[in-house]
Design a protein around this ligand. Structure first.
Ligand code: SF4
Length: 442
């Protein structure tokens, strides 16, 4: 009997936005590969292109619309999904030829749209080619672990809840299964992400789930305790400043999870925080930071702030600078307030002029850069652990426990080629600038 070899159907994929979107992309790609589709890197090789969009701020919307336009020009058959997909009209106005549009985490719909235009192959000979941990878009040694979708807060500058809906926590057993699979596949660092990590389980009233035959509560603290048993680095992102965050600090002090807290504080003026609909007890925040550092002196604190929020006075901005001086956070991101279509803060009076926002942003960054670089200088001469990310002819580049991939600094080990990505080594810090460290392997 003669056998004809049929080419697998080919799909192009563009993934934009934050790590949460990246996880959605990985999930869709895993399903496609499992069904026998081939994912190709060039528009003209693909029979259809999926664009997973971001819609967080205006520049992200623009980038997404441009990516859709490019895919339409280069290929012509385009399916759109992701955050911006929640605003179908906005996309259709610019790109009426898009075939289908879905919002975030609509894996099944995306797949059924693909099936409609590029039918699923009959056989499934590629199943065995899909790695156990699924298709990952991050390097092999670290992975994002998404624990929930959506958010129950209604911060006035944010439209995420309108795009991603209310909090929807994944069952703890399935989160831990995924984490275990990733670790078994060689992952050395798990980055826990969500819109609101500290709210994990609130929607299911912290119900008790099961893992490995034992009961486990659906909560951030229980999750951390279980992840700690996997023996890899566990890093927490997007931790909303709830009181129970205090409970994970001892786990950090005991070395169970990384002493790293990414906790967006957004402002330091109680009035502005109230306008933002964020918790506003600033005095308490400073006290808490002090206490956290007493319990866990090696703690790295990362936060983000918004300057130029509607109504922010010079005095209130000054409060923010004073807070920074007092809190001496390690890593800080700053955004100039920009009205996002659909956000309630757009209706607030006294919008701050662009030039003032710019000027405040510069003052903020100048101050914080000085603090961050002083904090890094304190590390010179100390021994640190470094997770190697890449090795090239000039040496190795890695990250310390204080550095999350993509957003924080790096540790350069010049001339060091006797290591490989995923190794965790001891090194002594020789030098620091305002973002990065240079170190020598011990
Ligand atoms: S907590 Fe974060 S995701 Fe939720 S509404 Fe506020 S800014 Fe948006």
């Amino acid at each position: 009997m003669s056998q004809t070899t049929t080419m697998p159907p080919r799909v192009g994929f563009v993934s934009l936005g934050c790590p949460k979107n990246l996880v959605d992309s990985e999930r869709i790609l895993t399903e496609l590969r499992t069904e026998g589709y081939e994912v190709v890197p060039r528009y003209d090789d693909a029979e259809i292109v999926i664009v997973n969009t971001c819609g967080f701020i205006d520049s992200a919307v623009q980038e997404s619309l441009e990516a859709i336009g490019e895919a339409l020009n280069e290929n012509g058959k385009v399916i759109v999904t992701g955050c911006l997909g929640a605003k179908e009209n906005q996309i259709r106005e610019v790109h009426p030829k898009v075939l289908e549009i879905t919002g975030p985490h609509s894996y099944e719909q995306v797949l059924s749209h693909v099936h409609r235009y590029v039918p699923k192959p009959q056989h499934n000979p590629f199943l065995s080619l899909v790695p156990e941990q699924g298709v990952k878009l991050t390097p092999r040694h670290y992975a994002y672990l998404k624990i929930s979708e959506g958010c129950n807060h209604r911060c006035t500058f944010c439209i995420i809840p309108s795009m991603r809906g209310d909090l929807d926590s994944r069952p703890i057993g399935s989160v831990l299964d995924e984490a275990k699979r990733l670790v078994e596949a060689g992952v050395k660092e798990l980055l826990v992400i969500s819109q609101d990590t500290s709210a994990y389980g609130v929607d299911v009233k912290h119900r008790t789930g099961f893992w490995n035959g034992s009961p486990v509560k659906t909560s951030m603290v229980s999750l951390c305790e279980q992840l700690a048993k996997l023996g890899v680095w566990v890093r927490l992102h997007y931790v909303y400043p709830y009181p129970h965050v205090d409970d994970v600090i001892p786990l950090m002090a005991e070395g169970k999870i990384l002493p790293y807290l990414d906790i967006p504080l957004q402002h330091a003026s109680p009035r502005i925080l109230k306008l933002m609909k964020r918790p506003g007890a600033v005095e308490r925040t400073l006290e808490r930071i002090k206490r956290w550092r007493e319990i866990c002196p090696q703690l790295t604190l990362r936060s983000t702030f918004i300057v130029g929020f509607p109504g922010e006075t010079e005095e209130e901005f000054q409060m923010l600078l004073d807070f920074l001086k007092e809190a001496r956070l390690d890593r800080v991101g700053c955004f100039k307030y920009s009205p996002v279509e659909g956000a309630t803060a757009n209706q607030l009076p006294d919008q701050v002029p662009e030039a003032v926002k710019e000027e405040r942003y510069d003052r903020f960054m100048q101050l914080q850069q000085k603090i961050s670089s002083e904090r890094l200088q304190e590390k010179v001469g100390r021994e640190i652990l470094v997770l190697i990310d890449e090795v090239d002819e000039e040496g190795a580049i890695g990250r310390s426990m204080a550095d999350a991939p993509e957003i924080d600094g790096a540790v350069y080990l010049n001339g060091e080629r006797d290591v490989k990505p995923g190794d965790v080594i001891r090194a002594v810090v020789d030098h620091a600038d305002e973002y990065d460290l240079w170190a020598t392997k011990r």
